[in-house]
Ligand binder design. Structure first.
Ligand code: CP
Length: 312
């Protein structure tokens, strides 16, 4: 096991920008050590409690955090659907956070509002993990994305394309910032009205990170080592008619990959997918998106273990 340096102990995980490249490398290294010797980690967080507050639906983030905590010997308390809680009676977000932070050692929060996790971290007694805040960030997804890229392709010198809803996709926003720390040039592929927000592009320009933008995956697929596909975030559109204009505008197929993709191209997706990767791709050598969900457990074990001081 890599010795912990205390970099995460007692800290919040709100934005990927709160971490240096060295700290991210350390989390990935700890994840790798955990993966190589998974069974010996049970009991490291014995007696610790993770509280789970999700104000938006989730399968992977919620359940992989639960799995990670149980694999470390800790326990979870889950707020469950908000309609079964005192939120329904009108209890404020602030009071809810204050109270639940008295019940646990760490809290993972998902919320539809950008900035909700940062706000929660200012009023909570225990560290907060941002499990996705509106169109903001999803930093633990990014850490598992980086881990998958490192294990299944390469981080240094990779040509990475990011396809889909770059405007509203929070996994994209945190991934772009993380890849920029590794000096990776990126290709952004999206319908014109779903392109990456201007402020993120300005941040890339300030860091002298070069990027290309295009509308059609077919035009660039032959150049890519990694293609990160995302769904169009229907729930973020203020006008459903705008969603309908772009819905179904791209789809990755087995033929497309076999005809135009590099030999070693890999396909990632944070999931859920809503038709943007044909199921025929699942059994090809390109697909890594289900393996990516498996890596999510070890990476979240590393995050929880480092935050709660479970590792030596
Ligand atoms: N990737 C991800 O955040 O999935 P869930 O919405 O299912 O948690």
């Amino acid at each position: 096991m890599v010795a912990i340096r205390g970099t995460l102990k007692g800290r919040d995980v709100i934005s990927i920008n709160d971490f240096s490249r060295e700290e991210i490398d350390h989390i990935l290294k700890v994840s790798d050590c955990i993966e190589k010797d998974l069974d010996s980690k049970f009991g490291l967080l014995s007696g610790k409690i993770l509280s789970i507050l999700f104000f938006e639906p989730s399968t992977r983030t919620r359940m992989s955090f639960e799995s990670a905590m149980y694999k470390l010997g800790g326990r979870c308390i889950n707020m469950g659907p908000t309609e079964l809680t005192s939120v329904k009676k009108g209890e404020t977000f602030s009071d809810t956070i204050k109270v639940i932070s008295k019940y646990a050692d760490v809290m993972v929060l998902r919320h539809p509002s950008d900035g909700a996790a940062r706000y929660a971290s200012e009023i909570s007694d225990v560290p907060i993990i941002n499990g996705g805040d509106g169109t903001g960030q999803h930093p633990t997804q990014t850490l598992l994305d980086l881990y998958t890229i490192k294990k299944e392709s390469k981080l240094e010198g990779a040509n990475i394309g990011i396809l889909g809803d770059l405007k509203y996709g929070r996994t994209v926003h945190s991934l772009v910032y993380a890849l920029s720390m590794y000096g990776i040039d990126m290709t952004f592929i999206s319908p014109p009205n779903l392109s990456l927000p201007e402020e993120i592009k300005e941040d890339l320009d300030d860091k002298k990170i070069s990027y290309e933008e295009c509308e059609r995956i077919e035009d660039v697929i032959g150049d890519l080592d990694v293609l990160y596909v995302t769904r169009i975030q229907r729930e973020r559109f203020p006008d459903i008619m705008e969603y309908k204009k772009v819905s179904g505008s791209y789809k990755i197929t087995k033929d497309m990959l076999e005809e135009g993709g590099k030999e070693n191209l890999i396909i990632l997706h944070p999931l859920p997918r809503i038709g943007e990767i044909d199921p025929d791709v699942d059994d090809t050598k390109y697909a890594r998106y289900f393996l990516q969900t498996k890596y999510g457990v070890v990476v979240r074990m590393a995050i929880l273990g480092l935050m709660l001081g479970g590792f030596e």
